[in-house]
Design a protein around this ligand. Structure first.
Ligand SMILES: NC(=O)c1ccc[n+]([C@@H]2O[C@H](COP(=O)([O-])OP(=O)(O)OC[C@H]3O[C@@H](n4cnc5c(N)ncnc54)[C@H](OP(=O)(O)O)[C@@H]3O)[C@@H](O)[C@H]2O)c1
Length: 222
């Protein structure tokens, strides 16, 4: 499989890129608005993994080139830019591709972080409206903390909840999630259920902020 991370130069993009590159044989493409930045970050991730003795395939480019090279396109940009980012690569998407939303919209005030539910229910659904109709959109990874992924010495033990209206695409992303060591995935139902998953993330951050010794929390359902 070929995976593109749009905005893969950022925190969650780095975490997913290096975990997939380390734990699977899939090719990983780092997208950026600036192709040079995409290439530099890809080289950085590659050298982090080769220094640890892993042979990996990570390339970098502009977002459009990354999307064109991939079957799975993860929109790893801040939520307010997610719809425009998908729209900017729409012509590079083709039947059979899957777009994945890890995005969560949050507000912060003096109490802590709060879910900022977008009109339309969730960012995953906002992304779906910006995506060509033939391309399924799946919500996943919203509750994984980038810091937990980027620390490669950290052994993961988390669930990812996968939502989407296309059952095959959902299963593909469930399996792709589970190829990362320490991740199990659950099907959360149709894309309309994504808001409930996105809303867990501010809770995780508030728990980390209010409890000594907790950081980079994720979820494990049992
Ligand atoms: N960080 C986490 O722990 C975490 C966990 C779960 C889910 N998420 C979700 O994942 C998404 C990315 O989070 P992040 O923390 O990785 O974000 P980030 O590091 O702040 O940004 C990711 C990338 O987005 C691109 N970007 C910035 N401004 C942009 C704009 N105006 N238009 C298009 N692209 C822009 C940048 O890439 P270029 O400059 O290279 O284009 C940047 O490196 C968010 O939706 C967030 O809710 C994050």
């Amino acid at each position: 499989m070929r995976i593109a991370l749009l905005g893969g130069t950022g925190d969650i993009g780095e975490g997913l890129a290096i975990r997939w590159a380390r734990d699977t044989s899939h090719t990983v493409h780092i997208g950026s608005r600036d192709p040079e930045k995409g290439k530099e970050k890809a080289a950085e991730y590659r050298s982090e993994l080769t220094d640890r003795g892993f042979e990996v395939e990570i390339t970098g480019s502009g977002n459009e080139t990354a999307a064109a090279a991939a079957d799975v396109v993860v929109v790893s940009v801040p939520p307010q830019y997610a719809a425009d980012t998908v729209a900017s690569v729409a012509e590079s998407l083709e039947k059979g591709d899957i777009v994945v939303s890890p995005a969560v919209a949050m507000d912060r005030d003096k109490s802590g972080f709060h879910y900022d539910r977008p009109e339309g229910g969730s960012i995953a659904e906002v992304i779906a409206r910006a995506t060509p109709e033939a391309i399924p959109v799946v919500g996943a990874f919203q509750n994984l903390a980038a810091g937990a992924l980027t620390d490669l010495d950290n052994e993961l033990d988390y669930h990812v909840v996968v939502t989407g209206d296309d059952p095959e695409a959902r299963v593909d992303i469930k399996e792709l999630s589970e190829e990362i060591d320490g991740i199990d995935a659950l099907i959360g139902g149709p894309l309309a259920n994504s808001g409930e998953i996105e809303a867990i993330t501010p809770l995780l951050i508030n728990l980390a902020m209010n409890n000594d010794g907790l950081h980079d929390l994720g979820v494990k359902f049992q």
